[in-house]
Ligand binder design. Structure first.
Ligand SMILES: Cc1cc2nc3c(=O)[nH]c(=O)nc-3n(C[C@H](O)[C@H](O)[C@H](O)COP(=O)(O)OP(=O)(O)OC[C@H]3O[C@@H](n4cnc5c(N)ncnc54)[C@H](O)[C@@H]3O)c2cc1C
Length: 365
């Protein structure tokens, strides 16, 4: 059995970012896929500033600073994004972040068992590895924590799919309305060279690839690639530390309900987690204290996540005519900028409960 200071399970957004913020002599990252970035599930849109910080500017495939919301009956509302976003080449992102890590990375190393104890033991087909500090960054199934806590990763309510298409878009486009996608939204995110990622996600059990093909047709797109996608664990924050294991990213339910934005959140909590475990490894902080600080740090956003979850539940059930009415009021009063800014200012304790109260009110009319 090989011993490490810390083991991070999962080499995607959360795992690689946690590793890049962790300092230690013996750090191990375990990834079940045979190579890094082998399975892109997502549109991979994230803030440019974060991608640069992680040393992966070379993976950027498109940059955008404006959002256009399309209402169910064709109204368009344009909003500047508070910060520049980009679409990424997923495999290039994973390789570029991994190249700079001071860590051993084992691919084809699926964690299939966990034995609790002061030093946790993780079994993989390649061998058994042990560490005092373990981070579960294995996505919504939370492969490690779920081995200790039943129901931790109960199947999440939403799924999404997308494809890459020949479509010249310079802005992010979000489409609402049951004629395109019931119980969710559709999107277009620009790439370079007249291409874009086009997809949709829903809380309802619908045939997403078929609906996306209709959406592509609606946009007049004829040439597109295969579909990929997956589950979105947008049911709110899960317990951040279980059985001594830190859960980061989708494993910790940190994707934001309502928007399904998970990458920026994975980076933010990875920075918190990586900084804390570095201090544990170099003896500055007891593990239990680091876990408590991480737990409180994550759960300090619980009110924001709960509000987004409640907005998600109400907003995606509203009839199209009510959505149209709400959006036209919001557009007339220039409220959309305030709402978008409030969403991005979550870390400054901005409150979105007014939006929720308004949606609850209109949903009863
Ligand atoms: C269609 C779609 C589009 C999306 N678009 C966006 C977007 O544009 N922007 C955004 O912010 N969010 C988006 N999201 C959400 C976003 O993709 C996730 O929140 C994000 O991928 C979470 O990153 P993660 O590292 O926590 O988990 P994941 O990206 O799921 O990575 C988990 C990693 O762990 C590995 N793993 C799993 N089990 C094991 C195991 N037992 N042992 C070892 N390794 C294991 C996996 O192979 C994988 O590499 C989208 C989601 C979907 C489905």
């Amino acid at each position: 059995m090989e011993e490490y200071d810390a083991i991070i399970v999962g080499a995607s957004f959360a795992g690689l970012a946690t590793a890049s913020f962790t300092r230690g002599d013996k750090l191990l990252v375990l990834e079940k896929e045979a190579r890094l970035g082998a399975r892109q599930r997502s549109t991979c849109a994230a803030p440019v500033s974060w991608v640069k910080r992680l040393g992966a500017a070379g993976s950027i495939r498109g940059v955008m600073d404006t959002l256009v919301v399309h209402s169910p009956f064709g109204m368009e509302i344009t909003v500047p994004l508070p910060e520049r976003y980009c679409t990424l080449d997923y495999a290039a992102f994973c390789s570029l972040v991994a190249e700079r890590l001071d860590a051993e990375i084992k691919t084809g190393a699926e964690v299939t068992g966990v034995v609790p104890g002061r030093r946790l033991k993780l079994s993989t087909p390649a061998g058994v590895y042990s560490a005092e500090v373990v981070v579960d960054a294995s996505g919504w199934r939370a492969a490690v924590v779920s081995g200790l806590k039943e129901d931790y990763s109960a199947p999440p309510p939403a799924r999404g799919v997308e494809t890459e298409a020949e479509y010249d878009a310079k802005k992010v486009h979000i489409y609402l309305g049951s004629r395109i996608i019931p119980g969710g939204y559709a999107w277009v995110f620009p790439l370079e060279n007249g291409r874009a990622r086009v997809g949709l996600g829903s809380l309802k059990k619908v045939n997403l690839p078929e609906l996306n093909r209709s959406f592509l047709e609606y946009l007049g797109i004829e040439r597109y690639g295969s579909h990929h996608g997956g589950v979105i664990p947008c049911s709110g924050l899960r317990e951040p530390v279980v059985g001594g294991i830190f859960a980061v990213g989708d494993a910790g339910g940190q994707v934001l309900p309502g928007t399904a934005e998970g990458i920026r959140k994975a980076f933010e909590y990875a920075e918190l987690c990586g900084g804390l475990i570095s201090r544990v490894i170099n003896g500055e902080l007891p593990l239990e204290e680091a876990q408590e600080i991480y737990r409180r740090g994550v759960l300090s956003s619980r009110k924001f996540y709960d509000t987004m979850l409640a907005i998600q539940k109400v907003a995606y059930r509203l009839p199209d005519r009510v959505v149209e009415d709400v959006l036209s009021r919001v557009a007339r009063r220039h409220l959309i900028n305030a709402i978008v800014n409030a969403y991005f200012a979550e870390n400054r304790g901005v409150d979105l409960s007014g939006v929720l109260r308004y949606l609850e009110l209109v949903s009863r009319l």
